[in-house]
Design a protein around this ligand. Structure first.
Ligand SMILES: NC(=O)c1ccc[n+]([C@@H]2O[C@H](COP(=O)([O-])OP(=O)(O)OC[C@H]3O[C@@H](n4cnc5c(N)ncnc54)[C@H](OP(=O)(O)O)[C@@H]3O)[C@@H](O)[C@H]2O)c1
Length: 273
């Protein structure tokens, strides 16, 4: 989802770029990742959007999640350091346990509840240690991959399926094209090394997010609020994982965020009020 948007943003700026498929560049293979260090013409920046993102499956595929989310960024950090290439790596709000009541700041203590969160946290260390940037984000949505969560909700609503959505988990939905623009901006402006939080400006429950999506599409359909306990999943998720994005305000954040509108495949993804 995010990688496509980064490519789009790079193209719109006329940046030369290489967006390899998994076959050309396997993040779990140090030899493959070393292509960055031995490339004939040096890359100015590397923006890593690749990850193991199947949060529930990670509970039973721990090794795969760690290989991609923990070891992969370590290989990348070493290759970028050797090449003198700036590394901008993406991480997650799921590094937190959700016991906070105000948006998390980058320095707040971490305590992941899931294998996915743990693996992503482990990947942050080598990137930070190499002088790169780690940008944690939350609840991505956008035109790609069927529109993410709001896209799935709207399809279900249009198909007449009853909508039951968790109302006791709060996060900060983030429009993927906006995050892509930020990542490129950080690379362009040589952001100071370190950890940043970048998420949408509004903290919402999944239920409120779903209602927003349904109403924005002009559908008058009830979204039934349910508790996390009514929707059991393999991985535990933080009850509250809103992120405080003030660390990226020097880059002009927030951009369009929840007001983001783009026509894709005849469908307008619109989550403005
Ligand atoms: N989605 C969210 O709500 C969310 C929230 C917070 C943080 N994040 C973070 O944001 C970043 C982007 O997430 P996303 O939702 O855009 O992810 P995504 O849509 O699941 O994309 C992950 C990408 O990683 C690629 N990949 C998988 N294994 C690989 C390997 N061994 N080598 C190279 N590439 C590989 C996948 O390739 P294929 O296309 O071949 O499968 C896919 O293109 C991730 O770091 C994620 O942890 C996401």
């Amino acid at each position: 989802m995010l990688g496509c948007e980064v490519v789009r943003e790079a193209i719109s700026r006329g940046w030369e770029h290489w967006a390899p498929s998994r076959g050309e560049f396997d993040l779990t293979d140090p030899v493959s990742v070393a292509q960055i260090a031995v490339a004939e013409s040096k890359f100015d920046a590397c923006i890593n959007c690749a990850a193991y993102t199947a949060v529930d499956r990670a509970e039973t595929e721990r090794d795969e999640a760690l290989a991609l989310n923990a070891l992969g960024p370590a290989y990348l950090a070493a290759a970028c350091l050797q090449a003198g290439t700036r590394l901008v790596h993406v991480s997650t709000d799921f590094v937190f346990d959700g016991t906070a009541s105000v948006p998390y700041r980058p320095g707040d203590p971490t305590h992941p509840l899931s294998v996915y969160g743990e693996s992503k946290l482990e990947g942050e260390g080598p990137v930070l240690g190499s002088g790169g940037n780690v940008v944690r984000t939350s609840w991505l949505f956008g035109p790609e991959r069927g529109g993410g969560f709001p896209g799935a909700i709207v399809r279900a609503a249009r198909a007449g399926r009853p909508l039951r959505v968790v109302a006791d988990q709060v996060g900060t939905p983030t429009y993927a094209p906006d995050l892509a623009r930020l990542l490129i901006e950080m690379a362009a402006q040589n952001a100071a090394p370190g950890l940043y939080h970048a998420a949408g400006p509004e903290a919402l429950t999944w239920h409120a997010f779903a209602e927003r999506a349904v109403r924005a599409c002009g559908l008058d359909i009830e979204v039934q609020p349910i508790a996390t306990s009514d929707w059991p999943t393999a991985a535990h998720r933080p009850a509250y994982s809103a992120l405080d994005s003030s660390s990226v305000s020097p880059f002009g954040w927030p951009y369009r965020c929840l007001d983001g509108r783009r026509k894709t495949k005849g469908q307008r993804l619109c989550l403005g009020a």
